[in-house]
Design a protein around this ligand. Structure first.
Ligand code: T1G
Length: 697
């Protein structure tokens, strides 16, 4: 037998090995190979028992996701699991590494399961917009019951072998580190004991009743955040109570609804893109070593970056202006761990120990002279940044990487304030920096590849999704954000209520709307930003922020003042609309001479998406983002874009670039300054291409 599955003998034991690196995904060749191996095993009279094992680092980690969306090729995975189960002699699955999704489903098709104690098993399909669809919803309940099945399916978590043993998902845990030898030894033991075929689907299963399933559906719908697979998984699980063939068919029907959905396409795009963002030109360059970093500023951002660095195992020197500010910085840092301590995830002693062993606090820049990387998180003003970088330049050791956490300022200009612009880059963290996954690595004109590589290395250590960005106002994320926020403001002036806009954006799948987000971030930030740019403002460009300036002057800054677009009386995190907002907006419309008109939620989203897509296309066209997928991951991990829509560029492909361009051209008639079509968008439409074509280039 050739191909990724081999059939060998160890005495009267058939050893069926899967060899499809890197993760032994169950692609067509593996599926066919397993069916052939089962046929050979059944026909092989000298074989009394079979062991299925993965070569290399793991048992199969699931279906081959890269086949999704392509025409299906047989045999189908559910039939493979069933073929294994229907073997006429016992079959053992010997698991090491990760047995996930379809990998666990074929293990459950086997009659016995042994796992290395370091192995992890799970059904993570929920993260791909689907649920286990190769008999997993039929067999798992028979092994561990409905409740636990839904818990591991809905969480998608990796279950460590000892826990899986306790649940009954596997039969034996082995510590030898050799899955093949352990599988063979277990098979021998089973033969000696006279163990026979033990089909999972033959096991008895108690019906918890319709009310139980209805309650499970209601609970799943709550967790789903717009995804259909949560409830469909519960529907499929009911198939476990049916005769096996009928149950498998039932599971398949519900599974295919998810598999064929755009939600699945979005989630799979996110899976691959999350990994592809790391594939940057600098990825092959050796980064500089990182052990100790310096953080300038102990405010929200600096304390968040410090916590992220500590969690990554780094030592940190935090520098503030004076002893009082240093004390506040330490308090801010400790506050980042408060909920971990309160919830018992970390003891107070462990936190004190971490801070004592890894932290240095100082009000003197010289304390950072031995740091491998120094990052500033000070006030967002060019003069301030330049002064800080001049001071860093004076004390940093040769070869230290100098980073700015600015969210929009020009990195090249900041770098020019030092004698070593080649060592300077932007590391744009998102607040709270120890929680938010996105890190924009901003590569300046003179930044050396090894310096950029060090930024990515820091991202990896911190488990961030690091996206490479070029230099422009706002980089990838904030530059695009500025455009869709502006269009939201324009719509408010033209007649839409901010509450309707927030609702439309939430219904699209964002956790909050743009005005809720403004309240959360603080409306003074936008105000100062507008003030800073006032001198350069093009008078032909519509302003659109008059009502926001009015709010600033009234002190309605959002959550921090307990009133903004919404009322946060008593420090609440959400609240009813501020009754003063609509009169304020109406007065502004009157001042501007605007006759307000009706907006539907659909129209709101058309404009919102058009603004987002157009700016994103400019960001890609200008080479600020390497590929459309880099924009998608920025939006997902930094801006709350719904993962199941894949990202703004993936979604634009799905809507149709021609449709979006037609919208932009229609809006351009009203305001040609704001709505200039992106050259890349025009080009792609003319060539009949999609953004996805640029990802694959
Ligand atoms: N299919 C295709 N490629 C895969 C893959 C898969 N299932 N899993 C990983 N890869 C690629 C990945 O893109 C990367 O490629 C390389 O392998 C290493 O991955 C019917 C239908 C196993 C825990 O959801 O969670 O079964 O970037 O960098 O950090 O019910 O990969 O090197 O080119 O992530 O060591 C269910 C998905 C499938 C598991 C390893 N299974 N994989 O993590 O390495 S759906 C999953 C993972 C299913 C049935 C349904 C992780 C991992 P490249 P990596 P890692």
């Amino acid at each position: 037998m050739s191909g990724p599955v081999s059939y060998a003998k160890d005495g009267d034991i058939a050893v069926i090995s899967i060899d499809n690196p890197p993760v032994n995904a169950l692609g067509q060749g593996v599926r066919q190979g397993l069916v052939d191996a089962m046929d050979q095993f059944d026909a092989d009279d000298s074989a009394k028992i079979a062991v299925i094992v993965g070569e290399g680092r793991t048992f199969p980690a699931g279906a081959d996701i890269s086949e999704f969306g392509k025409p299906p090729t047989g045999p189908a995975l559910p039939d493979v699991a069933t073929r294994i189960e229907r073997a006429t002699k016992p079959v053992v699955a010997s698991i090491h590494g990760t047995s996930l999704g379809g990998g666990l489903e074929i293990s459950m098709g086997a009659h016995y399961r042994i796992a290395q104690n370091t192995a992890k098993v799970g059904l993570p399909e929920i993260h791909l917009g689907i649920f286990p669809g190769a008999g997993g919803m039929i067999r798992a309940p028979k092994l561990i019951g409905f409740e636990k099945t839904l818990e591991i399916v809905h969480s998608g978590r990796h279950v460590k072998a000892p826990e899986a043993l306790g649940m009954g998902l596997i039969d034996v845990v082995d510590e030898s580190g050799d899955a093949k030898a352990a599988g063979i030894a277990y098979a021998k033991k089973l033969l000696e004991e006279g163990a026979g075929v033990r089909r999972t689907t033959d096991l008895p299963l108690e019906n918890p009743g319709k009310d139980w399933f209805d309650a499970a559906r209601a609970a799943a719908a709550k967790k789903a955040r717009g995804l259909m697979n949560f409830v469909e998984a519960v529907n499929a699980a009911e198939g476990a109570l049916m005769p096996v063939d009928e149950g498998m068919k039932h599971e398949r029907e519900h599974y295919m609804k998810c598999h064929m959905s755009s939600q699945r396409a979005g989630m799979v795009h996110a899976f691959f893109s999350e990994r592809a963002v790391a594939k940057v030109p600098e990825a092959k360059v050796e980064p500089r070593p990182l052990k100790q970093i310096g953080v300038i500023g102990g405010g929200t951002m600096g304390a968040g970056i410090t916590a992220a660095a500590l969690n990554a195992g780094l030592s940190v020197v935090m520098v503030e202006m004076n002893p009082e500010a240093v004390a506040r910085g330490e308090a801010n840092l400790r506050r980042n761990y408060a909920s971990s301590v309160a919830k018992g995830r970390m003891t107070q002693e462990a936190l004190d120990g971490l801070i004592a062993s890894k932290m240095t606090f100082s009000d003197d820049y010289a304390a950072m002279s031995d740091c491998d990387l120094i990052i500033e998180a000070v006030f967002e003003k060019m003069e301030v940044k330049k002064e800080v970088f001049g001071k860093i330049d004076a004390i940093a050791k040769p070869g230290a990487v100098l980073a700015s956490n600015t969210s929009y300022l020009n990195i090249d200009e900041i770098a020019a304030a030092t004698s070593r612009p080649q060592d300077v880059l932007g590391l744009h963290f998102f607040s709270p920096a120890h929680i938010m996954r996105l890190l924009e690595v901003v590569v300046g004109e003179k930044t050396l590849p090894e310096v950029a590589a060090t930024g990515f290395a820091l991202g990896r250590m911190m488990k961030k999704v690091a996206v490479r960005s070029g230099v422009c106002d706002g980089f990838i994320g904030n530059r695009i954000l500025a455009k869709y926020m502006t269009v939201a403001n324009y719509m408010v002036e033209d007649g839409a209520s901010p509450y309707l806009i927030d609702e439309a954006v939430r219904e699209f799948g964002y956790p909050m709307g743009p005005f809720q987000m403004g309240d959360l971030a603080g409306l003074d930030i936008g105000y100062f930003n507008r003030q800073g740019k006032a001198a350069d403002r093009n008078p032909n460009v519509r302003y659109g922020a008059g009502f926001l300036d009015e709010m600033y002057h009234k002190g309605w800054l959002g959550q921090k003042t307990e009133i903004g677009f919404y009322d946060y009386a008593g420090g609440a995190r959400s609240g009813p609309p501020n009754p003063g907002i609509m009169p304020l907006i109406e007065a502004e419309r009157e001042k501007l001479g605007v006759e307000p008109r009706e907006f539907t939620k659909e129209e709101i989203m058309r404009r919102y998406i058009a603004a987002m897509t157009n700016e994103a296309a400019k960001v890609v066209g200008e080479g600020i983002a390497l590929r459309p997928l880099d924009v998608d991951m920025t939006a997902l991990f930094g801006y709350g874009y719904p993962r199941w829509r894949g990202g703004p560029m993936h979604y634009a492909d799905e809507v149709g670039l021609d449709k979006i361009l037609a919208d932009i051209r229609e809006f351009e008639k009203e305001d040609s300054h704001f709505w200039t079509p992106a050259p890349l968008l025009v080009q792609l439409v003319e060539e009949g291409k999609k953004f996805a074509d640029l990802n694959n280039a």
